[in-house]
Design a binder for this molecule. Sequence first.
Ligand SMILES: NC(=O)c1ccc[n+]([C@@H]2O[C@H](COP(=O)([O-])OP(=O)(O)OC[C@H]3O[C@@H](n4cnc5c(N)ncnc54)[C@H](OP(=O)(O)O)[C@@H]3O)[C@@H](O)[C@H]2O)c1
Length: 351
Amino acid sequence: MVITAGLGRAPAERSTLDVMTGLPTRTLGDLTVSALGVGAMVLSPGMYGEIDDATGEAALRAAVDAGATLVDTSDGYGADGHNERLVGRALAPVRDEVAIATKFGMRIPDGEPGHRFEVGLEFGELAVNADPRLVRGYAERSLRELGTDRIDLYYPHFPDPEVPIEDTVGAVAELVAAGTVRHLGLSNVDAATLRRAHAVYPVSAVQAQWAMWHRPDHDLLEAADELGVGLVAWSPLGSGFLTGQVADLGEGDFRRNIDRFAHLAANNDRYAPVRSIADELGLTPAQLALAWLLHQHPHVVPIPGSRTPAHIVENLDAARVRLGDDELARVDAALAAFRPEGVVDVFGSAS
Ligand SMILES: NC(=O)c1ccc[n+]([C@@H]2O[C@H](COP(=O)([O-])OP(=O)(O)OC[C@H]3O[C@@H](n4cnc5c(N)ncnc54)[C@H](OP(=O)(O)O)[C@@H]3O)[C@@H](O)[C@H]2O)c1
């Protein structure tokens, strides 16, 4: 293993060293961002427990200072647009250095129906509305909350079970033509939905759950490769589990709803061999989880979330880690033997 700026590379493509930030970059379609981005969801209260705005804003500034150039939010994170407002305030001084990705369809306007679909386990159902009639309004509200004049990457958060994806994507394409949206993304879709959407307008990135304990659908990866679509890996640290630091969960932490966290002690024991490899390589488990993920695909950009500046710097350093074939084989063997208790396939890939 080598840790050196600019040498972090995926099997098929050397990453480019960004001269401004020193972090390697990757491409999501025609959008270039740091190889590791930042997920802002954890920075709103009620997601992973309590947090105040000063802490959230400091976390985002630490991420940008450390070279992250992609920040991921959603109109559905936090109460009434809290997360987008937080992201907008924190990034205002560095707006031109960072690509802001946000998602729509979960903060449904009063009087409009929510189209329900099953996500499984204790989450039960979610409701979205990605009717093309509403898309311009969603974008205008997100632009206001974010305090910006453009959204760099705009995703329907989930495909709407009652609206053809072509219609939703067609409405986003109009926003691209108007200049308020720069790139189209899709989140939580299957391969067929990606192909249908891409036929209407080029998709830059697909966001899917991807981490050591959950791999995306093979057909989705194949379709993304064929179409030249980048991959954004959500919950790349297994919602914190893969850091090896989660021993229990406080009240108000939504991970209590995730089945695998109901078996934390057993799963931490089973995960010990992977933690040991990280230790031997001189990495933290979080760094190994992110470096391993970066080596899975030349166009995957993980978006870990953290409220803690030291964790953020630690995580972004993983973009500079190069794992050799032997090291990857050891990790893969340990992961093949790692059988976590409980189901993780929630928010998997809806069609
Ligand atoms: N498209 C979708 O449907 C969807 C769904 C879920 C998530 N996402 C996106 O994915 C992003 C990331 O997902 P996530 O936040 O759920 O999970 P994650 O990134 O897998 O894990 C976040 C957790 O890991 C902890 N952590 C991070 N770095 C650490 C380190 N170095 N050492 C110890 N602990 C560390 C954080 O705690 P600390 O705060 O203490 O560091 C936090 O509790 C979200 O922000 C969101 O943008 C998208």
